[in-house]
Ligand binder design. Structure first.
Ligand code: PSU
Ligand code: MN
Length: 311
């Protein structure tokens, strides 16, 4: 591995992750905002451990990413996962926050955007999450467009997600991805999925049928020098989904409650996720956990297939 010494000086790559990267074996990055701000305790820490195990069971090494004490951490200990799951002072940090968090020696849980960037700095090309950020509803007035979309435009990482939550504007999100040259590819379906639900009402711009095909797409993209990420959308299994028709009224309610509180910016996604758990009596949390596990499984297989191009 070839990492510039100034960067290496602020980075801690877990020995197991380092060994895998050094040998060209498959590694899957995992984010930490989903732990600190995406789910309640103790389900969050349990999910984090189980997802790492699923990555291992499917032939790859997990690397959960965060910033702790100002250091870029790639691969966390069980104690560090517990800290992220319980310490309310840990901030949700996106790419714009990285310099301050590092310079001032703070703790931060990384979003899709900042996890992608750190993964890429360490040479990790495949990343599993739950759902990515996107264009928020009403963005034509608020300009609230997740930095996740901009990071996908620039950083060479494949993000495996269950699509985009319908708390966002899915149509506008797909438009921004197209403008930025980001392939949005659905695995095994012609319809782009909506996180809790398999159906979104939007046709997927692109699709592939297998993880091996997805890995070939990554190789083709990057070998052509087409920099930037790939969004690989992986629909939640039918037995775990909340159908779109059941979900939509819950989402409307959560959006209404958020407007009443006047929440904006980085607080909106954590609020909406938490409110939807309350409104659904915990059902959406089960669904969220099921889809993250499903994404970890697929990401490990994509990473294993992609590693064959890098020998
Ligand atoms: N979607 C989820 N759970 C999450 C997130 C998204 O189902 O926890 C987090 C991710 O870290 C994502 C971030 O990058 O929310 C997006 O936040 P924003 O909309 O503020 O960009
Ligand atoms: Mn935002």
């Amino acid at each position: 591995m070839n990492i510039n010494p100034d960067l290496a000086a602020i980075m801690d790559i877990h020995p197991e992750v380092f060994a895998a990267l050094d040998a060209g074996r498959p590694v899957v990055a995992l984010e930490s905002t989903i732990i600190s701000h995406g789910m309640p305790y103790p389900q969050n820490v349990q999910m984090a451990g189980e997802v790492e195990q699923i990555v291992r069971d499917n032939g790859a090494t997990p690397a959960t990413i965060a910033v702790l004490g100002g250091r870029l951490k790639i691969g966390l200990s069980p104690e560090e996962l517990q800290l992220l799951a319980t310490d309310k002072t840990v901030q949700k940090i996106s790419t714009r926050d990285l310099p301050v968090t590092v310079a001032l020696g703070r703790n931060g849980a990384t979003t899709v955007a900042s996890t992608m960037r750190i993964a890429s700095l360490a040479g990790i090309r495949v990343f599993a999450t739950g759902g990515t950020g996107g264009v928020h509803r009403g963005a034509e007035h608020s300009m609230d467009i997740s930095a996740d979309l901009l990071e996908l435009a620039h950083t060479d990482v494949c993000v495996v997600s269950a699509g985009v939550k319908s708390i966002l504007d899915i149509g506008l999100t797909l438009e921004v991805l197209e403008t930025q040259g980001v392939p949005a590819i659905t695995l095994g379906s012609d319809e782009f999925p909506a996180f809790y639900s398999r159906q979104s009402g939007f046709k997927s711009p692109l699709s592939v049928q297998t993880e091996a095909e997805a890995a070939r797409v990554l190789h083709a993209k990057w070998v052509m020098g087409l920099h930037g990420g790939v969004l690989l959308a992986n629909p939640i299994p039918a037995e775990s989904e909340i159908p779109a028709a059941d979900m939509n009224p819950h989402i409307q309610q959560a959006l209404k409650d958020m407007d009443a509180l006047g929440l904006t910016g980085k607080d909106t996604t954590p609020y909406l996720l938490g409110r939807i758990v309350e409104i659904t009596g915990g059902k959406s949390l089960e669904t969220n956990i099921a889809l993250v596990k499903n994404n970890a499984r697929v990401a490990a297989r994509v990473a294993a297939e992609y590693a064959r191009f890098c020998q």
